[in-house]
Each structure stands twice: as C-alpha cells, then as structure tokens.
Design a protein around this ligand. Structure first.
Ligand SMILES: [Zn+2]
Length: 152
C-alpha cells in the first residue's frame, strides 16, 4: 500500500458522487468509481440486474466508459463504497477479482488505485502475476487510434 497522502481528493469525490447514481436495488451497496485519462475524467457506478450475475461493478463501468470514449491512457482510478461501515473489514471496500483483472488490462503496473477509506495501491500490487495473453495490447491501441478514429 502506498501513502494515502497521494490521494487525489477531486477524483475521490467524483467517485463518491458517482456512487450516488448506483443502481443497486438488490444489494443496497452503492459503489462509485472515477478514472483520470488522457481524455479527461470518466465515472462509473455499480449497475445490478434481477439476474444477479449480470451486475457490473463501478470500476468496470468507469474503465469501459473511458475505453469506449477512446481513452488510451488511464492514469488513476478511485473507488468509493458509500455504505461501507467503519467496522467492516478493509477488504469490503477493495475492487473484486474481476475488476482487478480489468484494471490490469487498462492501467499501467505503476498507475494507482485509491480506495476510499482503505488506501492507495499500485496496480501491480493489486493483482500480482496477472493473467495476460499479450504484454500490453492497450498501449498498441493508442497507436491504432492516433489516426482519424480517435475522438478529437
Ligand atoms: Zn468488481
């Protein structure tokens, strides 16, 4: 864990605000996330479904929204669980395994993830020895999008 003094309050506040838009009627556990990218800031919240397995976490919504917009560099992610209690274990605030895999796909190993109330971690420390088919295909995407396909 890195020092929490590296926390970027404005990004964390964006994550808290995003959590207020969560659609979580089944868990009643609103989560928000925000990412800073080369194209600016994108937010996400958890979105649940009556078919529970279709729910998507806030972190993935924020990351996928950024990627869909054409972002090619995601520098920092913040996540906030609005209803996490002070006596709940720190793990209850952490990104799940699926999100850690997605974070690893789109963020550099040295990029940081701020978890509200828990701390700041390097991506490489959140998922050591991550599953990867290629070294860094997301970086190759930046080259592909550098032409006319990328939004201005
Ligand atoms: Zn997750």
């Amino acid at each position: 864990m890195l020092s929490t003094t590296q926390t970027e309050p404005t990004l964390l506040e964006a994550a808290r605000n995003a959590a207020r838009r969560a659609y979580c009627p089944y868990s009643d556990f609103p989560v928000g996330a925000a990412v800073d990218t080369d194209l600016g800031r994108f937010n996400g919240c958890n979105i649940e479904n009556a078919s529970y397995g279709l729910a998507v976490c806030a972190e993935r919504v924020a990351l996928f929204t950024a990627v869909a917009a054409g972002a090619t560099r995601i520098d920092h992610l913040a996540v906030s669980c609005l209803k996490a209690g002070d006596t709940d274990p720190p793990g209850s605030r952490m990104p799940c395994g699926a999100c850690r895999q997605v974070i690893t796909e789109f963020m550099s190993p040295d990029a940081t993830v701020t978890v509200d109330g828990a701390g700041v971690w390097r991506v490489a420390d959140l998922l050591p020895q991550a599953f990867q088919l290629e070294s860094k295909p997301f970086l190759d995407r930046a080259v592909e999008l550098s032409g006319s396909a990328r939004p201005a």
